[in-house]
Write a protein that binds this ligand. Structure first.
Ligand code: ADP
Length: 624
C-alpha cells in the first residue's frame, strides 16, 4: 500500500504542475495578445491622427499652389491685348518695336513678380523677353521644342513645369496663343518660380514632394530628392523628357522609396531612401488633377511607433501588475484561510486541553480522595501494627518469664527456705540469749530479702511495657542486667561464660529495658542450643567500630543450618519442641533493634556455633 501511495503521489503533483504551467502559459499568451492588440490599436490610432494632419497639410499646400498658379493663369492671355506685341509679331524685324515690347514685358514681369515673360513667334523663335537686358536673354532663342510652346501653337493653352534651358532654373511655364483677328501670331509665355512654396512646407521630420504625371519629383522639402522618380521611368518616357528637356540634364534616377505596407484610402507605410536614415513613414498623396501632378506627404512614424511601443509596455506592465495583484490577493486569501484554520485548530486544541484538564482535575480529585481514604486506612493499619508489635513484644516477654518461672520459683524458694530456717534459728538463739549469733542470722536474713527484692525488681522492670524514648545506655550494664536473669541456668548447666569488653565505656542510643530483653532472648537461645553439648561456652564481646556499638553473642552449640537461616527472624518460627518455644524471640528482637536504628545479624562461628551480632548507633554518655 505504502509503495503504491509513493508511486501515485509524484504523478498527482506532476499533473498539477503541468496544469499550473499550462494555465500560466495561457495567461502569458493572453497578456501578450492583449498587449499586442493595444500596440496595434494605438499605432493605428496614431496613424489615423497623422493621416488626418497630413491630409489637412496636403490640402493647404494644394490650395496655396493653386492660388499661386491661378494668379498667373490669365497673364499670357492678356498680352494679345497689347498692340505693340501684335505689331512686333507682324513685323519681327522692327527693332524699335522690339525694344518697346521688351520694356513692356520687363515692366509687367516686375509688377506681376513672375520670373520671365517672353513672346515667341509661330516658329518658336523668341521675339521679345522681359530679361532682354541680361546676357543670357531669351531673345532670339528657339523654344519650339518646349511642350508648352508646342501645346500653345496647337491652340491648347499649356502649363508646364520644367527646368530652364538657359540658366537651368526651374519654374512653371504658362503659354497662351496670341491671336489677331482670329489668326494666331505667336505665343506669350510667363515663367513663374514656384520653388518658394517649398519654404513654407514642413521643416521637421515630415517630408513633402510634388511629382509630375510621370512620378518625377520636381519640388520637395528634401532638396536631394528633387529630380528623382518615384518609380523607375519607362525608356519611352525618359526619351520624351530628354527631347522636351523638361528637366534639363538631370538623370531622373529612381528615388528608392520602398513601400512596406499598403493601407486603405491609398495611404501606405514606406521606408525612406538611402543614404538618408532609413525611417518608416506614412505616405499620403493628393492629386492636382488638371495638371496631373501629385503631392506626396510623408509623416514620420517614429512618434506613433514610440507611443504604440509605450502603450504596449504600459499594457504589459499593467498586466504584470494586475497578475501580481491577483497573486498577492490569492496569497493573502490563502494566508487568511490558513490563519483561520490555525485559529480553529488552536481553538479545538484549547477546548480539548480544557476538557483534558477538567478530566485530569476530576481524576486527580478522585485520586486525592482515594489517597486520603487510603491514608486513613494505612494509618489505621500502622496503628494496629504498632499495637500488634507492642503486644508481640509484651507476649515475648511474658513467654520468657513463663520459661523462667521454674528458675525464678527455685530462686525464690531457696532464700525463702533459708529465711524460714534462719528465722527459726534466730528465734531459738534469742530465747537462749545468744544474741550475737541471732544478730548474725538476722543480717543474713536481711541480705536474702534484699536479694529477693532485687530479683523481683528485675522481673518487674523486664515485664514492664517499654516506652519509646531512646537515650545513651551503658552496654556493659545492660549485659550484666540480662545475665542476671539467666545466671541461674548458666550455673546449673555448667556453661562457661566469658565477657570481652574493648572498652567499658561504650554507650549505645537505645532503651536499656528492651536491649536487656533482646540480650536475655539471645542468651536463652544460646543456652537452649548448647543443651546436651559437650563444650558449653557463652561469649559476649563488645566492640566499637566507627559510629556503631557491636555486641556479639557467640555459643558453641550446633549452629544454624543454612536451610533455616532465612526464616530465623520470622514470627513463630521455632525448631524447639511444643511448649518450649513460641518462635517469637528473634522476630521481636530484630524488630526492637531496628526501632533503635540498628541491625540484628547472624553468622556461624569458626567452631561451628552461632553468633548473633547487635549493631547499635553509638551515643555519648549522659553527663547527669
Ligand atoms: P524460640 O526460642 O521460641 O524457638 P526464637 O525466635 O528465639 O524462638 O528462636 C527461633 C529458633 O532459632 C529456635 O527455635 C532455634 O531453632 C533457632 N535458634 C535461635 N538461637 C539459636 C542458637 N544460638 N543456636 C542454634 N539455633 C538457634
Amino acid at each position: 500500500m505504502a509503495a503504491a501511495a509513493q508511486t501515485v503521489l509524484p504523478s498527482v503533483s506532476g499533473s498539477r504542475l503541468l496544469r499550473r504551467f499550462v494555465l500560466w502559459l495561457l495567461v502569458l499568451v493572453c497578456c501578450l495578445g492583449l498587449a499586442l492588440l493595444v500596440w496595434r490599436w494605438t499605432e493605428n490610432a496614431a496613424i489615423d491622427k497623422l493621416r488626418l494632419a497630413g491630409a489637412q497639410r496636403l490640402d493647404s499646400y494644394a490650395v496655396s499652389l493653386e492660388n499661386l498658379l491661378s494668379k498667373y493663369d490669365f497673364l499670357p492671355g492678356t498680352l494679345e491685348l497689347n498692340k505693340d506685341v501684335i505689331a512686333l509679331l507682324q513685323q519681327p524685324d522692327d527693332e524699335l518695336l522690339r525694344a518697346e515690347v521688351n520694356a513692356h514685358l520687363e515692366q509687367l514681369n516686375k509688377l506681376s513678380k513672375s520670373t520671365t515673360i517672353y513672346i515667341v513667334n509661330l516658329q518658336g523663335l523668341t521675339q521679345a523677353s522681359s530679361n532682354w537686358r541680361e546676357p543670357d536673354s531669351f531673345v532670339g532663342d528657339n523654344v519650339a521644342f518646349r511642350p508648352y510652346v508646342r501645346d500653345a501653337l496647337r491652340r491648347t493653352p499649356g502649363g508646364f513645369y520644367g527646368v530652364g534651358t538657359t540658366r537651368g532654373e526651374p519654374g512653371y511655364f504658362f503659354a497662351h496663343g496670341i491671336y489677331h483677328n482670329g489668326r494666331m501670331l505667336g505665343v506669350a509665355t510667363v515663367k513663374v518660380n514656384i520653388e518658394k512654396l517649398e519654404k513654407g512646407w514642413v521643416q521637421g521630420t515630415d517630408k513633402v514632394m510634388l511629382t509630375d504625371a510621370h512620378g518625377v519629383v520636381f519640388l520637395s522639402s528634401v532638396p536631394d530628392w528633387k529630380y528623382h522618380a518615384l518609380a523607375p521611368l519607362e525608356p519611352a518616357v525618359l526619351q520624351e523628357l530628354e527631347v522636351s528637356r523638361q528637366y534639363f540634364s538631370h538623370a531622373l534616377l529612381p528615388l528608392g522609396l520602398r513601400e512596406l505596407r499598403q493601407l486603405d484610402n491609398g495611404a501606405s507605410i514606406v521606408a525612406t531612401p538611402a543614404p538618408a536614415e532609413r525611417t518608416r513613414m506614412l505616405s499620403q498623396t493628393r492629386s492636382l488633377s488638371p495638371r496631373k501632378w501629385q503631392f506626396v506627404y510623408l509623416s514620420d512614424l517614429a512618434p506613433a511607433e514610440a507611443s504604440a511601443r509605450n502603450a504596449f509596455l504600459f499594457t504589459w506592465l499593467s498586466e504584470a501588475l494586475l497578475v501580481m495583484l491577483v497573486l498577492y490577493a490569492r496569497q493573502r486569501r490563502r494566508l487568511g484561510r490558513q490563519r483561520q484554520r490555525a485559529r480553529l485548530d488552536l481553538q479545538r486544541a484549547y477546548d480539548h486541553l480544557e476538557t483534558m484538564v477538567a478530566e485530569r482535575t476530576a481524576s486527580l480529585q478522585q485520586m486525592t480522595h482515594n489517597l486520603s481514604e487510603e491514608n486513613v486506612v494505612r494509618r489505621h493499619a500502622e496503628q494496629k501494627l504498632r499495637q500488634a508489635q507492642s503486644d508481640l513484644v509484651q507476649a515475648g516477654k511474658m513467654a520468657v518469664l513463663g520459661q523462667m518461672s521454674a528458675g525464678i520459683t527455685h530462686e525464690l524458694n531457696q532464700p525463702l527456705t533459708a529465711l524460714r530456717t534462719m528465722s527459726d534459728n534466730a528465734r531459738v538463739l534469742i530465747e537462749r540469749g545468744r544474741l550475737d549469733e541471732a544478730k548474725g542470722n538476722l543480717a543474713t536474713i536481711s541480705q536474702l530479702i534484699a536479694r529477693m527484692g532485687a530479683l523481683t525488681g528485675q522481673l518487674r522492670q523486664f515485664a514492664r511495657k517499654a516506652d519509646a524514648s531512646l537515650k545513651p545506655v551503658p552496654v556493659a550494664a545492660a549485659i550484666t542486667a540480662a545475665l542476671f536473669l539467666v545466671e541461674r541456668r548458666v550455673e546449673q548447666e555448667r556453661v562457661n561464660f566469658r565477657m570481652s569488653m574493648q572498652s567499658q565505656d561504650v554507650h549505645a542510643l537505645c532503651d536499656s529495658n528492651r536491649l536487656e530483653q533482646v540480650l536475655v532472648n539471645l542468651f536463652t537461645n544460646a543456652l537452649d542450643a548448647m543443651d546436651g553439648c559437650e563444650t558449653r561456652q557463652l561469649t559476649v564481646s563488645v566492640t566499637r567500630s566507627f559510629q556503631k556499638a557491636m555486641i556479639a553473642v557467640s555459643d558453641t552449640g550446633p549452629g544454624i543450618p543454612e536451610a533455616i537461616r532465612n526464616h530465623l527472624f520470622e514470627p513463630f518460627f521455632t525448631t524447639k519442641p511444643q511448649g518450649q518455644g513460641l518462635g517469637l524471640g528473634l522476630a521481636i528482637s530484630e524488630q526492637i533493634i531496628r526501632e533503635f536504628g540498628g541491625m540484628l545479624l547472624v553468622e556461624s562461628t569458626t567452631a561451628g556455633g552461632a553468633r548473633f551480632i547487635i549493631e547499635l548507633p553509638i551515643a555519648e554518655p549522659e553527663t547527669t
